[in-house]
Design a binder for this molecule. Structure first.
Ligand code: BES
Ligand code: MN
Ligand code: ZN
Length: 519
């Protein structure tokens, strides 16, 4: 996954030197600066803009620009800056210095958004010097720069490999954008940007997997792409149908039974921690296409079900991010890859399957397939790796969209500490979680007349009964389930994402590992 912006951290002095020399690049240069409330600038910016200040005031008055957050002012051929073709002034309002943990998380998020807004205003292929010298709302300037770069990279991602006709202005802007970010501590910023690059690549990898159509991204092709992480030092193991059958994963295999594509389970291992430390395990639902099977879905928006592997995509992206930045933790990523299709060989409502755990499942609705895939994947991970915790990500239920929309993912957990850590990481990254309840009264709803359990729980509490089903396969292992049906795909465009597939979860879980489980 290549990033669309070449980033460079430079000092304020270096920025001055570059601006004083004539432009070398063939691309016209943009200077980006930031204004606080009431058109106010930092000292370095003030000095740089000295000769252009009258021009800025007139333009600001005309367009009623006051430096309010989210607004901007564009000036062509600014006075006194012969090496600059365009001056962009972005408003950031009156930034509040951080106080509480919540403020700190918010400040973090602000720099991510600022990077995204800046890249959005600059457009593709730009050549820019960005000067940020306002008071920082984040104590750690390097972290702010890292978030800024991350936001810019995420914003500039486009999924266009199936467009054969390039848009005119795309054709004109060949090559990646070049952004030099001038900050107080350039060396520290450089390190932070290096780490942010691995995270950005992980998110973009996840997005691309989600955006790929299912005729291209079959379970076997997904496994092949995940296997590329070997180049980062990730150990890769691929279990084919024969191996899965020997392990007794009949719940997972039953879902893929109607498809012409072979099911696969991929195990990714990153060993960055102490040799004897129990691994952290992440498990992703990877239904490359969910037609519903024999309980077939209605036609409207069925094409969206190519994204029903967003959980597996996030786990793949996470492993990419962790391995790129050489995280000091032992981590396992497991992908349950199947295609849910109707056919003469497909699983039927009424069928009873035996899961790897030995528990039997009555299939009521073949469209409740994600939990069947995860049941075997969770059990396998628990038995095989005895992990410190298991976190699964799954586009599991439409009901979570009814409850939480596209703003929050549903969080279900049997462990309060893990749940609280996840919620905090959610605040810090803006990938927010809302905890939902579990309990015996909900669990009863999936008892079956013919088998140990059934795969749906009726009309009520659909997301919860799905989570209860999963819980029957984790026993005492600390576990959290993230229902990302609302956040993983079909995403609204925003500061840091313009793509259908959001790559949701990569930043959240990278943050979780970083803040609580490294060294
Ligand atoms: N993949 C779907 C859930 C989904 C819906 C994801 C909308 C993204 C957007 C899942 O496999 C499913 O079909 N769930 C059913 C469960 C029901 C049959 C109990 C649902 O939510 O309707
Ligand atoms: Mn389904
Ligand atoms: Zn599904």
């Amino acid at each position: 996954m290549s990033l669309d912006i070449k980033f460079e951290s430079i000092s304020f002095d270096e920025a001055k030197t570059r601006l004083a020399a004539p432009e070398e690049s063939a691309k016209p240069r943009t200077l980006v600066v930031y204004s606080g409330a009431e058109l106010s600038f930092g000292e370095t910016t003030k000095a740089l803009l000295h000769e252009a200040s009258a021009q800025i005031s007139r333009a600001a008055a005309f367009s009623k620009f006051t430096g309010k957050s989210g607004t901007s002012l564009e000036i062509l051929a600014p006075a006194g800056l012969p090496s600059v073709s365009r001056l962009l002034v972005l408003g950031i309002g009156s930034a509040q210095p951080e106080g509480t943990d919540k403020d700190k998380a918010k400040a973090f998020d602000e720099f991510l958004a600022l990077g995204g807004q800046t890249a959005g205003k600059l457009g593709a292929g730009a050549n820019a010097i960005v000067v940020y010298d306002l008071p920082l709302t984040v104590a750690d300037a390097a972290a702010a720069a890292g978030q800024f770069a991350l936001g810019a990279w995420l914003r500039s991602y486009k999924f266009e490999q199936y467009k054969t006709k390039k848009k005119k202005d795309d054709a004109e802007q060949e090559g990646p954008a070049e952004i030099a970010l001038a900050v107080a501590d350039a060396a520290a910023a450089k390190r932070a940007e290096g780490e942010a690059a691995g995270v950005a690549e992980g998110v973009l990898l996840a997005r691309s997997l989600v955006n790929e159509p299912a005729n291209v991204l079959t379970p076997v092709e997904f496994a092949r792409r995940a296997a590329k992480l070997a180049s980062l030092g990730v150990e890769v193991e691929i279990l084919d149908e024969k191996a899965l059958s020997e392990l007794g994963m009949r719940a997972l295999l039953g879902v893929g039974q109607g498809s012409a594509q072979e099911s696969q389970v991929v195990v990714l291992r990153w060993n960055g921690g102490a040799p004897d430390a129990a691994p952290l395990a992440f498990i992703g639902k990877g239904v490359v296409f969910d037609s519903g099977g024999i309980s077939i879905k209605p036609a409207a928006s069925m094409e969206d079900m190519k994204g029903d592997m967003a959980g597996a995509a996030a786990v793949t992206g996470l492993l990419h991010a962790l391995a790129s930045r050489k995280a000091k933790a032992n981590v396992i990523g497991v992908l349950g890859l199947v295609e849910n299709m109707p056919s003469g060989e497909a699983q039927r409502p009424g069928d009873i399957v035996k899961s790897m755990s030995g528990q039997t499942i009555e299939i009521i609705n073949t469209d409740a397939e994600g939990r069947l895939v995860l049941a075997d994947a969770l059990w396998y991970v628990k038995e095989q790796y005895k992990p410190a915790f298991m976190i699964d990500l799954a586009t599991l239920t439409g009901a979570i969209l009814v409850a939480l929309g596209q703003e929050y993912a549903g969080l279900f957990s049997n462990n309060d500490e893990l749940a609280q850590r996840l919620a905090k990481a959610g605040e810090a990254t803006g990938e927010k979680l809302w905890r939902m309840p579990l309990g015996p009264a909900f669990d009863k709803l999936i008892d079956s007349r013919f088998a140990d359990m059934k795969n749906t729980g009726g009309r009520h509490a659909g997301s919860i009964t799905a989570a209860q089903f999963l819980q029957r396969f984790v026993e005492k292992t600390p576990w959290a389930h993230l229902d990302i049906a609302g956040t993983g795909m079909s995403s609204p465009a925003g500061d840091i994402n313009q793509s259908w597939g959001s790559g949701w979860g990569v930043r959240l879980l990278d943050r979780l590992v970083r803040d609580y489980y490294e060294g």
